[in-house]
Design a protein around this ligand. Structure first.
Ligand SMILES: [Mn+2]
Length: 287
């Protein structure tokens, strides 16, 4: 069955919406499995699975002023052109006081969006991978370089990564030397999610936060449909605890790396759920 081609309940006009949701169906830099460019459409379809009433926040989603802009025309762009397109589009939204919500695409969509924000914000990245390489496959905009490009724009102390469980030795050591804040999935299990959240909050010092959720932060048992799956990840409930805790500071977010050709539907459904949950908690702060 085909549902409407926009995200569920995102029925507010562009003019009056506070939140602009848009797809960036870009997938040129994936290194293992391909198909993340199909994610915006699949996640929109999956979003119709849920009731309008949200039990986490007790908010009715139709009350949240969200506009679904559709997808940016990016498929033929180089990774550098993609960076500029994401930056320019986001800058337009920020000028109009709109909160951007992007659906990827692979993770290379994020640095362009972040670079439209002032450089005193923080970025919280939920990701199995460190993505801190200076370049990968001769491309500085590759999805393996996401945090490095973000660190071109923000002080490195303004960046935090949770759920990490994969890095190359060199990038890991550089990240440590440069003082990148990260918590591996294993240590989150040892310390507990609430303590990890408190440590991260202390580090980010109450700054406004752009949140990037790479679906592969979640264990592949819950989210198998992703480009580079990595076992022993967070649970969806832990991710929702993180979203809830940081929602008062959020000024935009994205959800990336869902890969529909490797999915049986559950990853797209989880992606849609995390977007809705994040929206609900942000709106609850504002309403
Ligand atoms: Mn990743």
């Amino acid at each position: 069955m085909q549902f409407p081609n926009y995200f569920a309940d995102a029925e507010t006009s562009f003019q009056t919406a506070s939140f602009i949701l848009f797809g960036i169906p870009y997938e040129k830099t994936s290194s293992f499995r391909h198909g993340a460019d199909k994610a915006p459409e699949e996640i929109r379809q999956a979003s119709w699975n849920f009731e309008r009433f949200d039990l986490h926040t007790k908010i009715n989603y139709e009350d949240i002023p969200v506009h679904d802009y559709g997808d940016l025309d990016v498929q033929k762009l180089t990774s550098k052109e993609l960076f500029n397109t994401g930056k320019n589009f986001t800058a337009t939204l920020l000028q109009k006081q709109k909160t951007p919500i992007a659906i990827g695409g692979d993770h290379s969509i994020t640095p362009g969006i972040v670079s439209a924000f002032p450089s005193d914000i923080a970025v919280l990245s939920l990701d199995a991978h460190m993505d801190f390489r200076q370049e990968y496959k001769n491309d500085v905009y590759n999805h393996a370089c996401v945090l490095r490009r973000i660190a071109d724009h923000l002080p490195i102390k303004n960046i935090a990564v949770l759920g990490l469980r994969s890095a190359e030795k060199e990038e890991y050591e550089q990240a440590q030397d440069l003082g990148l804040f990260f918590r591996e999935a294993y240590t989150i299990d040892d310390a507990g999610i609430q303590k990890t959240i408190q440590q991260t909050k202390t580090h980010l010092k109450g700054k406004k936060i752009y949140l990037t959720i790479d679906i592969d932060v979640v264990d592949p048992a819950y989210a198998p449909g992703t480009s580079t799956p990595e076992p022993c990840g967070l649970t969806p409930a832990q991710v929702i605890e993180i979203i809830k805790a940081f929602s008062p500071q959020l000024i935009g977010f994205d959800l990336v790396e869902v890969c529909p050709p490797y999915d049986h539907g559950q990853t797209a459904v989880l992606g849609a759920k995390l977007i809705k949950t994040c929206l609900g908690y942000i709106w609850k702060q504002q309403a």
